[in-house]
Design a protein around this ligand. Structure first.
Ligand code: NZQ
Ligand code: ZN
Length: 382
């Protein structure tokens, strides 16, 4: 096993009454003026935003609002948020939504404490030293951003999707009411299930590991693979929604990777698909994983055997995962994802961007340079 550092400072309020604790949590974490940040309308329609406005007004907590975060959140809105918060004297950001809203909030939080351009952090030109705190009211279990150290932003002017990792951005608190996820459409539910599985699998496929972490990871994977198809049949099953929601946070707060070396190669490859085709992150991961797995398997077949034995009831991992993705309505190749084959030029461009001009490798189970990236995209394009 590898030495590790595990830090997970986010306070979790989970359950049907969790939202009622919002004003107390904002006060506890020193919010004097709040930005309420949200997406395209689901939180308005569900009544969550009206409830939050009433609660904040009732508790005497001043706030301003900025909606309009799109999936794969944009740098242009992050910049707009920074400007608004500076003008309004905001000192706390409340993300009401999923990974896109949370990451946009984290980006604003970084930018408010930095004199330069916030993109510097995503372009590896600067390392964040401080951030305005973020709290979360989660509406979709998927990204794990509510507890993660990661922020993923798309530079809309340059067509680049980049991540920045720092413990500084980990949210102060996350409110999670599984009932709020009842309204998720089946496709978003399935994308979330896929992303949650992948956050653990990206850590599980490691050449160094420890038994307790493996057992936690395998239990999480089995539970989510069982709950995913069932929740598509019964979208208002509270216990299933709750299991998936909590798994989403545990999958990406570091717990399922302690003692191992994370891979995240499939994630890096996927970010180029989201940027190129505007697809949902979870669906992009499902389109790639089986081909990544086939390409890297020889590095350590025993890991695939453990995955088969302890998660998949002895089935062959690649075909079992392909069947699983199909069973929840996810694509399992690029043509299934985008409705046509990617062109040679598109694959070249995605490989160029992912490898930052051929100079950067991704993954750890097997290091992937530009040639290997191109190989995997081509395999996934059949
Ligand atoms: O915008 P609204 O109207 O709210 O609709 C959203 C959006 O269209 C909808 N939705 C959310 N909650 C809902 C709901 N619809 C009905 N009922 C609800 N309760 O779902 C759609 C997708 O939302 P989004 O926030 O984009 O989904 P997700 O949580 O999957 O976030 C995806 C983003 O997170 C990044 C991805 O790359 C992508 O940009 N990631 C962030 C990570 C992190 N910061 O740690 C890690 C991940 O690997 C991932 O890369
Ligand atoms: Zn992900």
């Amino acid at each position: 096993m590898t030495d590790f550092h595990f830090y997970t400072p986010t306070e979790i309020c989970f359950g049907k009454s969790s939202e009622d604790q919002l004003p107390a949590l904002l006060k506890k974490y020193g919010a004097h003026k709040v930005l309420v940040h949200y997406g395209g309308g689901s939180a308005e329609r569900s009544g969550l935003l009206p409830k939050i406005r009433t609660m904040l007004s009732g508790a005497g907590i001043p706030f301003v609002e900025l909606g309009g975060v799109v999936p794969n959140p944009l740098l242009s809105l992050v910049r707009k948020g920074i400007e608004l918060c500076r003008k309004e004297g905001v000192d706390f950001i409340l993300a009401v939504g999923g990974g896109s809203v949370i990451d946009s909030s984290k980006g604003i939080g970084y930018g408010l404490k930095y004199e330069g351009d916030v993109w510097d952090f995503f372009d590896a030109k600067a390392v964040p030293q401080a951030a305005v705190p973020v709290g979360v009211v989660l509406t979709i279990p998927a990204s794990g951003s509510e507890m993660s150290d990661s922020t993923v932003i798309t530079n809309d002017a340059e067509g680049l999707k980049r991540g920045c990792n720092s413990d500084i951005c980990r949210p102060k608190f996350a409110i999670m009411n599984p009932e709020r996820t009842f309204t998720l459409p089946p496709y978003q539910t399935a994308c979330g299930v896929t992303d949650i599985l992948m956050h653990t699998m990206e850590r599980y496929f490691s050449k160094s590991h420890m038994d307790i972490t493996d057992a936690i990871a395998e239990g999480l994977l089995r539970t989510v693979m069982e709950a995913g198809p069932k929740v598509l049949e019964n979208p208002e099953d509270y216990d299933l929604r709750a299991s998936i929601m909590w798994a989403g946070s545990l999958s990406h707060n570091g717990l399922t990777g302690c003692g191992g070396v994370s891979d995240f190669g499939t994630h890096r490859l996927e970010h180029e698909l989201s940027t190129m085709y505007g697809v949902a992150h979870g669906a992009g991961l499902a389109a790639l994983w089986c081909f990544w797995a086939g390409y890297v398997k020889a590095e350590d077949p025993s890991r695939f055997e453990s995955f088969s034995k302890n998660v998949l009831g002895g089935r062959e991992p690649i075909s079992a995962m392909r069947d699983f993705f199909h069973s929840i309505g996810m694509p399992a190749s690029i043509p299934e994802l985008i409705g046509r084959k990617a062109t040679e030029e598109e694959i070249e461009e995605m490989s160029m961007r992912c490898s930052r001009g051929g100079e950067f490798k991704v993954g750890n189970f097997k290091k992937l340079g530009k040639k290997e990236m191109r190989d995997i995209y081509n395999l996934a394009n059949q």
